[in-house]
Design a protein around this ligand. Sequence first.
Ligand code: IMP
Ligand code: MG
Length: 173
Amino acid sequence: MSETVRVLISEDDVDKKINEIGAMISRDYAGKNVHLICILKGGVFFMCELAKRITVPVSMDFMKVSSYGSGTESSGIIKIDKDLDEAIEGKDVLIVEDIVDSGRTLSSLVKMLGDRKPNSIKICTLLDKPERRVVHVDVDYTCFTIPDEFVVGYGLDYAQKYRNLPYIGVVEL
Ligand code: IMP
Ligand code: MG
């Protein structure tokens, strides 16, 4: 079976938007250090590009979570597949995600990380699909709000394919 990918957001538009969000984060965290937490694997391309545009001191850590559930629906009960290497107590944490869909993964994650006593905890996402939201999450920085379509590229996959596309596309079967 083969599918095609239609460009939804061009590489140039993603690049410009990450510049803007990076500048915004640099202003908001002036005088502080920001501790970026990348949610693997999808958040990796976005975090690298974002980190390069932040002008306050940056540190980084990585976490991989999966949610129990059937098929494409996440359940909101998350399992840590790879935990952070460092403690986040007292740190200004910024979670970097590829996409907020139902919101279940992020709302559980924020609660879990909040228990570790960071100084602050905020969320930055490349994409948001608000029509799909089931659980409320406060997203602090959003690059693009998109309609309810299945997207790939810039870290996002379809059956582990297309993460390396430098733009965001829609899979057409
Ligand atoms: P949530 O718990 O439903 O918000 O799950 C969000 C996760 O589902 C994201 O981190 C992605 O890994 C995955 N996801 C949701 N929508 C898409 C999509 O359109 N393309 C690729 N992955 C997606
Ligand atoms: Mg993800």
